[in-house]
Design a protein around this ligand. Structure first.
Ligand code: ZN
Length: 227
């Protein structure tokens, strides 16, 4: 699962919880950020194999600290607590449910990965591996990614009041993510090394976070503090 994860970020944002979209973009990929970091450190292991599944080259044969079910639950709680602590410290107004929403957004990553991944997601440690393996079926997996993303964006546009110019930017962003997914699923490429692959994960995910940040600034009314 790739851009489908962002459907949860778009769907979770509302005028009530006021969680910035870019924060939700980090939350839904929080487990992959940890995974990419641990692979870079040589703690978790990855093989990049051409044709490993129809829709992905990633053989994540050892990722218990980022992608086991127990780890996913723990990281979800940690992320919720971090969000609560940061909002509290900065005296930022946030709804009571916001930390819970962050936790659920982080955990959604594991559930969506469960649909796509082959049986490489451990329940705990590196054992009892599960995965529905939708990545073995390229078109259905691609269709699911796009359908989820579209659904999330539609919810985002209906639940949040915004100027027309930002609506346009959100839709353009969505189209951009679809193009990235087309490239990932359909454009043939030679497998990169494990470290280069996860560096790419860091770079692309962070780029999307920055775009999510910028999009929510578009058309925002600037408060004029006159002396
Ligand atoms: Zn993942």
């Amino acid at each position: 699962m790739f851009v489908g994860h962002y459907s949860v970020a778009f769907a979770a944002k509302s005028d009530r919880n006021k969680i910035p979209l870019w924060v939700l973009f980090i939350a839904v990929q929080f487990l992959d950020y940890i995974w990419a970091t641990l692979v870079l450190l040589g703690i978790e292991k990855l093989h990049v194999i051409k044709g490993f599944t129809a829709g992905s080259m990633l053989d994540s044969y050892f990722h218990p600290y980022s992608h086991s079910l127990i780890a996913a639950v723990i990281w979800s709680v940690v992320a919720a607590l971090i969000y609560k602590a940061i909002c509290g410290r900065h005296g930022r107004h946030y709804s009571k449910s916001a930390p819970l929403i962050i936790g659920v957004a982080v955990f959604s990553h594991w559930l969506l990965d469960l649909i796509a991944h082959p049986r490489d997601l451990a329940i705990y440690d590196n054992t009892w591996k599960v995965g529905c393996g939708l990545w073995n079926y390229r078109e259905p997996e691609f269709a699911l990614e796009i359908a989820l993303l579209a659904g999330g964006i539609i919810l985002y546009l209906t639940r949040n009041a915004m100027p027309a110019i930002r609506k346009g930017a959100v839709i353009a962003f969505g189209i951009g993510l679809v193009i990235v997914q087309i490239g990932d699923t359909y454009v043939p490429r030679t497998p990169l090394t494990d470290k280069t692959t996860v560096t790419g994960v860091w770079v692309f995910y962070t780029l999307f976070v920055l775009v999510a940040f910028a999009v929510e600034k578009i058309g925002a009314t600037t408060k004029n503090h006159s002396p």
